[in-house]
Ligand binder design. Sequence first.
Ligand code: F6R
Length: 626
Amino acid sequence: MCGIIGITRAPVGDGSGRSDVLEVLLEGLGRLEYRGYDSAGIALVGPDASDGLWRARAANGTRSLKDLTKRAEDAPELSSAGIGHTRWATHGGPTEENAHPHVDCSAGLALVHNGIIENHVELADELVAAGHRLRSETDTEVLAHLIEVAVSDHPEIGLVGAVRAALGRVRGAFSLAVVCSDEPDLIVAARRVSPLLMGVTGDSAFLASDIPAILGLTRDFFVLEDDQMAELRPGSLRVTNFEGEEIDPQRITVDWDLEAARKDGYDDFMSKEMHEQPKAVADTLLDRLLPDGTLSLDEMHITNAELRAVNKVFIVACGSSYHAGLMAKYSIEHWARIPVEIDIASEFIYRDPVLDPTTLVIGVSQSGETADTRIAMEEARRQGAKVLVITNVVDSSMARGSDAVLYTRAGPEIGVAATKTHLAQITALEILALYLAQARQALSPHDARVLFEQMGVLPDKVALALERSADVEAVAATYRDSPSFMFLGRQVGYPVALEGALKLKELSYLRAEGFPAGELKHGPIALVEPGTVVIGVATRTPIWEKMMSNITEVKSRGATVVLVANDGDEETARQADAVLWVPETEYLFAPIIDVVPMQLFAYHLARLHGLDVDRPRNLAKVVTVE
Ligand code: F6R
């Protein structure tokens, strides 16, 4: 999740020849900071080939753009084209070396990229063996060198041909923009999966990953589709497919203001971020599921021998991250056959846990800064356990203070309530569960392959669940005046129920409690009276029948029942007053999908109550105190 901008513009015809390429880039980057702020950078070329390429980068967290603007005081006054980037680190820490734009060996061409190059390790090995000097830890830099190779092998193909040739070598997702001092008024762009929009006005052509960056320049945009390339020159745009055949690009006009554009037209960040969940899941899977059907988590730097030596897994986290851990407990125990304990971080710290070097302690934290979880990880390391952190923030305190890190790739989350980071956490934990099973040979290669394939279609299923937002809103409207809600689930449905209750109380300030449905008769059923609204997770699992018996128990006491059920499951629907439909999947992956209607329900109910879903009262996005 990074931001990209680029512009090529003829020098101003007032005799001064001055161009405002730099100003447009800096302003656009300011509007892209919500996409990531680990670093910011720009590269400028032209107006003559002999002017060479000028580049500046800064990596200073939320001050990156300020620092970059200061450095840009040294930029050449004249330039014909430029590209800029704000980064949310995924491969390589948030350092200046890793900041975009990246350049080739001669620093004559520069490139900005959003996405993930899955085969970057093998390409980097090949480039280094051929004498290239790679200066960063990013997956992106290989692209700059591949383009350099293509140009030097066949100078006649120019920058456009070289980018096309380079992209023929890569697997993964990308939107990118390239400038080169030899062709100083040209920007070459390409897209696969990650979005890119373009505009042309008068003597300019420009592009961006997000509308806000260039909304000041136009309201008419051309959309670059998957596997298309674009050539932008002052006042002109040419779009082709990867075979070089010209294409008429799709055109859209927006009437949003800047704030709406930052939210991609959604009413709020929470809604935008919920709709980014298919991508967050897909990106978290990228380059971890290899084409040969195995899993690779080499980035953790834990050997299979070390994983085989693990006798116990201890998951520690807070809030939604704790729920993600609870969901994964079932998968790790079932597939990898390792006992899993799980605890809330603030409890773990003071309970004198029994750990040793054969314990793998997994800290789960989207921010990587939560004080309770960070202190828990420090305690685990002090006791000699191996500490793995799952986080969304590269180089966060917890990432730095652990033995190993597995990054989720949800991009920055602005809404206070965790949504896309939560789904990315569950995805990462499920990958880890299968990886542990693979390392310990607890799963047959056939079973593993079937499961990996099912993981691959999870983003589409999450997207389907999100498409039912209006149906969920209608159910929320029916129960908007209920003063309290009871959430029930069993097995993997239990943490889904806990997450549903947490989301509802955070956003709508209503009493909402989650219980394991089997525990009802040991106390909570006393709360049920005619009209009590019970939301049950009743998707198909091996213990669906037991869950339905518990639903019968609450119904017979007069409860109104809303059930999360699999598409087409009329048997479940018959027991419900209202149904929240979701696609079916392997039951251990089901939380990734079943949580979606829970988020939507809480979201719509809060909005029906007129509440601010992005900034719920009393809550902070990052909790750095105990
Ligand atoms: C819920 C929510 C919180 C966080 C919790 C942990 O919507 O956002 O419950 O999950 O504060 O935060 P991280 O994951 O940053 O450690």
